[in-house]
Design a protein around this ligand. Structure first.
Ligand code: PML
Ligand code: MG
Ligand code: MG
Length: 271
């Protein structure tokens, strides 16, 4: 397209599986297997497409029978460039200590004790049906009111590092021996969410049963990575805390889902 002058493309992969293929009377149910996305340059399309399709077919959640790959040019005027949140590698020795640090950080971020309790409870036990949510819960920082208009979580998408910031983050992750963690993708998501209108903080426990590391991110402060944050039995997921005043679901959800955000500078890592 004529407006795609920076040459950036959004590439998104979703893989799912049909749950009830042998039930002729029932609508087939698509179960999510994996998803991933990047914002890349034209010359990377072949390589990244192959990598994402490979990823779709090699996930712990199982073998998909439906893979959707979407590639779309991005209008450069719509891109927001931001620095990554500074990363703090918090050192704790167990789950109790991790929970304590988590609550202190959220209080510093101005989240009410009521909202903190609700968020932790939700990530521990899931919704009223005991399910983890696909996507995030959006919660009022003071009243704990849920802002999602339906019972669906919201997924933050359309975000990445620029190629040079990507190179830099790989270098840092290698230096800190963190290349094999989920930090890189979590940092992109947390950074985008921290720059949303009315954003105040985020709490994340991995939804992967074997991964106990979680984080708290605070707008204007950083990404606080906390080992043992998630108890082994917790459902996991994400809560995005937002301010009451001037909050509009329409503009918030539009930003979270579709504003392209590129991290062009890597802020410091701190131990
Ligand atoms: C990390 O810092 O290692 C990432 C923690 C959260 C992982 C969330 C996920 O599983 O997607
Ligand atoms: Mg996951
Ligand atoms: Mg995830």
């Amino acid at each position: 397209t004529p407006c795609n002058m920076t040459g950036y493309f959004s590439i998104k992969m979703r893989a799912s599986r049909i749950l009830n293929p042998d039930e002729p009377d029932m609508q087939p149910i698509q179960e999510h297997v994996s998803g991933a996305e990047r914002i890349i340059l034209k010359e990377e399309i072949d390589e990244i497409s192959t990598a994402l399709i490979h990823r779709a077919q090699n996930h712990d959640n199982g073998v998909p029978d439906f893979i959707n790959l979407k590639i779309q040019g991005i209008n450069p005027e719509t891109i927001t460039y931001v620095p990554s949140l500074p990363v703090y590698l918090v050192q704790v020795s167990d789950h109790i200590e991790a929970q304590k640090v988590c609550k202190t950080l959220l209080e510093i971020a101005g989240i009410s004790p009521h909202s903190i309790d609700h968020a932790c409870e939700f990530l521990e036990n899931g919704d009223t049906h005991g399910r983890g949510l696909a996507g995030a819960l959006v919660m009022d920082s003071s009243s704990a009111a849920i802002r999602n208009p339906d019972d669906k979580g919201i997924r933050a998408t359309t975000m990445d590092f620029t190629p040079s910031a990507h190179h830099k983050i790989q270098e840092i992750l290698t230096l800190y021996e963190l290349s094999h963690t989920r930090l890189k993708e979590a940092l992109v998501l947390a950074t985008k969410v921290a720059y949303a209108p009315c954003a105040r903080a985020e709490l994340c426990y991995s939804d992967n049963p074997d991964y106990h590391i979680g984080y708290i991110s605070i707008t204007g402060k950083g990404y606080f990575r906390i080992p043992y944050l998630k108890s082994l039995s917790a459902k996991g997921g994400r809560v995005f805390f937002v301010d009451t005043v001037d909050f509009s679901w329409e503009s918030y959800s539009r930003y979270i889902r579709s504003t392209p955000v590129l991290i062009d500078r890597i802020s410091p890592f701190n131990r």
